[in-house]
Design a protein around this ligand. Structure first.
Ligand code: FE2
Length: 303
């Protein structure tokens, strides 16, 4: 089915038309001050786990999700993101899907990011906006291959000595196969699970991974008293944002970079997250946090 005739595509296109009409207003005066779309929070976490391989102590990943490149993402916010990508060094860059707001935008986003990330190892998984019922999977795979990135879909790849990276297909628009991942992950001392939509985690009991990195929820995108007004998760607030622990495994959900459908973020600041892995007692500690962009202020936490 062509995406233009996809029923969800029609609803999305209508919502996006409203969103595009809102763009000029959303970046004005008081509204701009309330709206968080033109901010970016960079966080650096130290994550410690007794099963992390000792030889890979200090290994780091930069996790970026939900860029939603397209008409709803300003040039300034894209530049803010690429600036942070260039500044935050890491051993590997993990991209959590939803590169474009529209599936036609996803390969364009990847082409723009490719030279910025040249020379770095990049591992990506698809999001629901990238593949749209599988229709655009081929274009996404071609763009990823052209960029020289890896995209393990329902597949495990070595991350660093003794640790594996398991990538899942999108929960809503793809064909996720957690059982296949579980089989492939056997024998790895530590498994990082890269998965666009955290809703997929609820059915993986017991978990075959120690740490899952997810996006999709945008931190609710527009929240009231910490709760999303409209949720993209079937579990609503269960996988909203930040750190969680379920069934003995850790989960970190990023707010992502851009917006979906409407150019509005309230109570869900865009995020880019760096994680430094340590072998040791289980725990995580925020080392540094800085907010750039409109009404942002740099601040440091911890030491
Ligand atoms: Fe998204």
């Amino acid at each position: 089915m062509n995406v233009r005739n996809h029923p969800e595509g029609i609803v999305r296109r209508l919502a996006r038309s409203v969103g595009r009409a809102m763009l000029p207003v959303s970046r004005l005066g008081l509204i701009r001050r309330i709206n968080g779309t033109e901010r970016l929070e960079t966080q650096v976490w130290e994550y410690s786990h007794p099963e992390w391989p000792e030889a890979s102590d200090g290994y780091s990943v930069l996790f970026v999700s939900d860029i939603h490149y397209g008409k709803l993402l300003s040039r300034e916010q894209f530049d803010r993101m690429t600036g942070a990508l260039a500044t935050l060094e890491s051993d590997c860059v993990l991209l959590g899907g939803d590169f474009g707001e529209d599936p036609e935008d996803s390969p364009k986003c990847i082409c723009l990011l490719a030279p910025i990330l040249r020379g770095r190892r990049v591992i990506a998984v698809p999001g629901n906006h990238d593949i749209c019922d599988g229709i655009y999977r081929g274009a996404l795979e071609a763009a990823v291959k052209g960029a020289g990135w890896e995209m393990p879909v329902n597949a495990c790849v070595p991350l660093t000595g003794g640790a594996a990276l398991a990538g899942l297909d999108d929960f809503r628009e793809g064909a996720p196969d957690a059982e296949a991942l579980k089989r492939q992950a056997q024998g790895s001392a530590f498994v990082v699970f890269l998965c666009h939509n955290p809703d997929a985690l609820a059915d993986i009991v017991p978990p075959f991974y120690q740490l899952a990195l997810c996006g999709h929820t945008h931190g609710g995108q527009v929240t009231l008293f910490g709760q999303p007004i409209f949720s993209s998760s079937i579990y609503r607030g269960r996988y909203l944002t930040g750190w969680k622990r379920e069934n003995g495994a850790d989960i970190l959900i990023s707010n992502g970079i851009g917006t979906s459908l409407l150019p509005v973020r309230i109570g869900a600041t865009p995020q880019m997250i760096k994680i430094i892995f340590r072998r040791g007692p289980a725990g995580h500690r925020l080392m540094e946090s800085a907010i750039s962009g409109y009404a942002g202020k740099n601040r440091k936490v911890g030491g």
